[in-house]
Write a protein that binds this ligand. Structure first.
Ligand code: COA
Length: 315
C-alpha cells in the first residue's frame, strides 16, 4: 500500500492562546511551555466539519491525479461529525461524485492508523485498489470550554490521503487497552420504554495518565513496526507523530535518539486535531516537498481507548 495523494483543510478562524485568556483562567506561557501550542483553528458558525472533509478529499484526489469515479472505497474517520446517520463518508461520496462503498470509522486519535489497517486489509483481500481515507474532526465541540486543562489543547481540521495497492508492503502495529482516562459520553433521549435521559457529556481527561500512555505506547508501536520491517531508526526519514503535545514528540525523539528534523510538527499552529493531525501534517510535508520516493516514513498515533498504533510505509 502506498500514498499517492494528500489534502487538508482547516477552519478560517485562528484562536491564539492570548484569545483564550479572555474567558479562561490561563496564559500563553503555561500553554506554550506545557504543550507547544500557540494557536489552533476552530470551526465557528458559518463553517462545518463536512465542508472541511470534502475540501481535503478533493485536494487529495487532485494531488493523486485521480477522478472520484476511480475510487473503490471511501473511509471517513471521525470522533463526531454533523450527522448521526448517514455516515459522513456517504455525504462526502455524494459531494465529490464518487460511486463506491463509503463508511465511517471511530478509533479516536489513533484512528488514522486503524483506518490504514482496514484499507490495507481491503486491498489484500482484493476488494479495493484505490481508497480515499479522510480524517475529519470537530474536537472543539466536544471539549468543555470551562476545563482549562483540556480545552486549550484541541483544534479542528481534516486531512486526507489517497491509497493505492500498487506499492510495497507496509507494516502496522495496533493496540487497545480499555481506560476511562479520556472519554466523552453520548447523549440519549427518553423513549416510551426508557426513562434514562442522559445529557451530552463533555470531554473528560486525566492528563498525566494520558501523557504517560502516549509516550509508552508510541515508543512501543514504533519499535514494533521497525522490527517487522527489519529496519532501524537510522533508516527512517520521518517519524510523523500524532500532534497531541510537543513534549510527547520530544520524549519519543529522545527515546529514539534521533535528530529534531526527523520529527516534523505543526502543533504550534494546529493544536490537537485528533485523528486528522497525522494526515494534516503529512499534507504540509508533501506540499513543502519534504518527501522523496522510497523514503521510509513511520506514522504513530495514540489516544482515547486507550488505543494506539504505528504504520511504516515507503513513500
Ligand atoms: N492554564 C494555566 N494553568 C493550568 C491550565 C491552563 N490551561 N491547565 C491546568 N493548569 C494548572 C493546573 O490546575 C495545575 O495547577 P496546580 O499545580 O495549582 O494544581 C498546574 O497547571 C499543573 O497541572 P498538571 O496537570 O500537573 O500539568 P501537566 O504538566 O501534567 O500538563 C497537560 C497538563 C494536560 C498539558 C499534560 O498532562 C498533557 O498534555 N497530557 C496529555 C493530554 C493529551 O495529549 N490528550 C489528548 C490525547 S489524544
Amino acid at each position: 500500500m502506498k500514498i499517492i495523494g494528500t489534502g487538508s483543510a482547516v477552519p478560517r478562524r485562528k484562536v491564539t492562546n492570548e484569545m483564550l485568556t479572555e474567558f479562561l483562567d490561563t496564559n500563553d506561557e503555561w500553554i506554550s511551555t506545557r504543550t507547544g501550542i500557540k494557536s489552533r483553528r476552530v470551526l465557528s458558525t458559518d463553517e462545518d466539519v463536512t465542508q472541511l472533509a470534502i475540501k481535503a478529499s478533493e485536494e487529495a484526489l487532485k494531488d493523486a491525479h485521480l477522478d472520484a469515479t476511480d475510487l473503490d472505497y471511501i473511509i471517513c474517520h471521525n470522533v463526531d461529525n454533523d450527522y448521526k446517520t448517514p455516515a459522513l463518508a456517504c455525504v462526502i461520496q455524494g459531494a465529490i461524485k464518487a460511486k463506491c462503498p463509503s463508511v465511517d470509522m471511530n478509533g479516536a486519535c489513533a484512528g488514522f492508523i486503524f483506518s490504514l489497517d482496514c484499507a490495507n486489509g481491503l486491498m489484500k483481500a482484493g476488494r479495493a485498489k484505490k481508497i480515499l481515507l479522510v480524517c475529519a474532526e470537530h474536537m472543539t465541540k466536544l471539549t468543555d470550554w470551562t476545563r482549562r486543562e483540556s480545552c486549550v489543547l484541541f483544534g479542528d481540521g481534516a486531512g486526507a490521503v489517497i491509497l493505492t495497492d500498487e506499492g510495497p508492503d507496509c507494516e502496522i502495529s495496533l493496540s487497545t487497552v480499555y481506560s476511562d482516562a479520556l472519554y466523552c459520553n453520548a447523549s440519549t433521549k427518553e423513549t416510551p420504554f426508557s426513562h434514562q435521559e442522559k445529557k451530552y457529556d463533555k470531554l473528560s481527561m486525566k492528563g498525566k495518565e494520558v501523557f504517560k500512555f502516549a509516550v509508552q505506547s508510541s515508543a512501543h508501536d514504533i519499535q514494533q513496526v521497525m522490527d517487522q520491517a527489519k529496519v532501524t531508526a537510522d533508516d527512517v526519514k520521518y517519524f510523523v507523530l500524532h500532534q497531541a503535545n510537543l513534549r510527547i514528540v520530544d520524549a519519543i525523539k529522545t527515546h529514539m535518539n534521533q535528530t529534531e528534523e526527523k520529527f516534523p510538527h505543526n502543533i504550534e499552529r494546529r493544536g490537537n486535531t485528533s485523528s486528522a493531525s497525522v494526515p494534516l501534517l503529512l499534507d504540509e510535508m508533501n506540499k513543502n516537498g519534504m518527501l522523496k520516493e522510497g523514503d521510509i516514513v513511520i506514522f504513530s498515533a495514540f489516544g482515547a481507548g486507550f488505543s494506539s498504533g504505528a504504520c511504516l510505509m515507503r513513500w
